[in-house]
Every structure is written in C-alpha cells, then in structure tokens.
Design a protein around this ligand. Structure first.
Ligand code: NAD
Length: 298
C-alpha cells in the first residue's frame, strides 16, 4: 500500500533511506535545513518541502533522521500542531532513551502516535536497504510502520514499549565498543609478546574470543581483508558515532544506577579517541591509540 510520508533529515543516512521509500512506491515529502541535501533528494524523486511543517501537512507517517535528541524534540515542538490528528511519528535517529520517551509523550499529548526506530547498518546499509531497525512503541504502531521500515531495511525487531528501540541500540553498541577495545588490547598485547596478528586471529576467531569486532571488523590489517584496517581505517562506522552512542549508554547507565564499569570506561576511551579521529576514522582505529599509548609506557 502506497503511503504519504514526510521525511525530515536528509543527511548521510536519511537521503538513501528516503530514496528507498520512493523506490518502493511511496510518496515522500522531504525536508532538510541544508539546501544541497534537499536538492540531492529531489533528484532521487523526493518531493522537496521548504519547511518541516509543509512536509508533514497531509502526511500519514512522519519519519525523522536527525543528529541528536534536542533536534528531534525541537522538531516535534514545531510540527506536531501542523500534522493531521493521529499521524504516526517514527523517529529513526539515535537519541537518548529519556529523550525518546519524552518524544513519545509529546506526540501522544498532541493527539499523535509514535514509534522510536533507530537503526544499525550504517550508510552502506541505508543505501542497500539492509538496515536493522529496533523499534519501541505499541504493537499497532509497529505493525503500521513495519512495511515502511522493511522498504529501508532487511530486519525489523519490535523491542518493547516507548524507548525500547533506543535501549536495544545503546545496549548493543555498548557491547560492540567494549569488545572492540578488548580485541584491540589483545592484539597490542600479542604484539608485545611476539605473537603474529594472523596467529592470534586464527586461534581467537575459532575459540571463545570470537566476536564481531574480531571476525568481521578486525582492527589490524591482514586477517579479514574487508575490514577497515586494510584501507587505513576509513569508515565503516566512524569513531565519532561510536563515541556518541557510548555517551548515550553512559547517560543511561548513570541514570539507572547500573554497575557498568567497562561501559563507562569505554565511553571515556572513545570520547578521547574520537576527539582526534572524528568522522574520518573507523572506530576500530582505536587499536592505534592503544598501541601508541603502550609505546609511551614501555
Ligand atoms: P547527518 O548529519 O549526515 O544528517 C542529519 C541531517 O539532519 C543533516 O542533513 C542536517 O542538515 C539535518 N537536520 C538537522 N536539524 C534539522 C532540522 N531541524 N530540520 C531538518 N533537517 C535537519 O547524520 P547521519 O549520519 O545521517 O545520522 C543521522 C542519525 O542516524 C544520527 O542520529 C546518527 O547517530 C544515526 N546513525 C548514523 C549512522 C551512520 O553510519 N551515519 C548509523 C546508525 C545511526
């Protein structure tokens, strides 16, 4: 069934996601603050809207793909009154769990319906429509959004009520951040012990050290030819995005009084590393920071 969709935030992720909705036969009205982003989306078949309010008028579903929670809450503030009653607001941005719950509440208070549906899979997954969506909200809203999410991704999981999608996203990425640091520390320890990268990989990837950070995104060049380490750590998943997600996880850890020392430490290490590496390096490049700092200590 073809839907009328407003899509706000046509950046690295939003532009290809909106394009995939157009390809699936939906009418997509897009808006972005950056004129070039709007022009590029228009060339891909998105109907450009000069304002977010213009985009959401007459939309059945409003999808947002924005940098952070404050952008989502500000946007909801400015467009909730412009949307028709009962419009479904689906936020695919990665934001604080608390902000996601506030967004649900504000949507409901304005007579709208809401779903949080952050993604993993990066720009490559957004372009290929192979993203994984983690959704939080009521069953009925999930069922309604599902065909749209399936047009942009290959896996769609309903994780629970309001904020559960964001919760799943930051818990997963906390595992990933910690495990990438663990794998990187093991390689640097192996180097200091005269162990080759290949030997450690051959053992750990088939033993109990096996994990995605090792066997898919291996932080040293050689063992996994497609990993970013083989292309001078070009992303992939940028260091700055990992630092952002671990920061969100750390907020939730502190708010919940959770004993998660490794999660908090991983957030600190990635914040320091991303301060230098930014968006230019894959998060697996943290192995170089660990190696450099080990050299200083030797
Ligand atoms: P981006 O900066 O490329 O895109 C965000 C877009 O939102 C920009 O084009 C910006 O101009 C626009 N924008 C900001 N405020 C706006 C407003 N008020 N109205 C209209 N447009 C506005 O970021 P991205 O890489 O596309 O990421 C978007 C979200 O997806 C983030 O929350 C990020 O954490 C998450 N995410 C990104 C990746 C990735 O690999 N890039 C992967 C998973 C999740």
């Amino acid at each position: 069934m073809s839907r009328t969709v407003a899509f706000v935030g046509l950046g690295h992720m939003g532009a290809p996601m909106a394009t995939n909705l157009v390809k699936a036969g939906h009418l997509v009205r897009g808006h972005d603050l950056v004129a070039d982003a709007l022009d590029a989306a228009a060339r891909a078949g998105v109907q450009p809207a000069r304002t977010a309010a213009e985009a959401v008028t007459d939309a059945e579903v409003v999808i947002t793909m924005l940098p952070a929670g404050r952008h989502v809450l500000d946007l909801y503030e400015s467009v909730l009154s412009a949307a028709g009653p009962g419009t479904l607001f689906v936020d695919c941005s990665t934001i604080d769990v608390a902000d996601a719950r506030t967004a649900h509440e504000r949507a409901a208070a304005a007579g709208m319906r809401a779903l949080d549906a952050p993604v993993s899979g990066g720009v490559v997954g957004a372009e290929a429509a192979t993203l994984t969506f983690m959704a939080g909200g009521e069953e009925h809203e999930f069922a309604e959004a599902r065909p749209l999410l399936q047009a942009m991704g290959k896996k769609v999981v309903h994780c629970g009520g309001a904020g559960a999608g964001q919760a799943a996203k930051i818990c997963n990425n906390m595992i990933l951040g910690i495990s990438m640091i663990a794998v990187s520390e093991a390689f640097v320890l192996g180097e200091s012990l005269g162990l080759s990268h290949q030997a450690l990989y051959d053992v750990a990837s088939t033993a109990s050290g096996q994990c995605w950070a090792l066997s898919v995104n291996c932080p040293v060049p050689g063992p996994v030819p497609a990993s970013p380490a083989n292309r001078d750590y070009r992303p992939g998943f940028a260091a700055s995005l990992m630092a952002k997600d671990l920061g969100l996880a750390a907020n939730a850890v502190r708010a919940g009084g959770v004993q998660a020392e490794l999660g908090l430490r991983a957030a600190e290490l990635y914040a320091a590393y991303a301060g230098r590496a930014g968006t230019a390096e894959d998060f697996s490049g943290i192995v170089r920071a660990i190696r450099d700092q080990s050299g200083e200590k030797a």
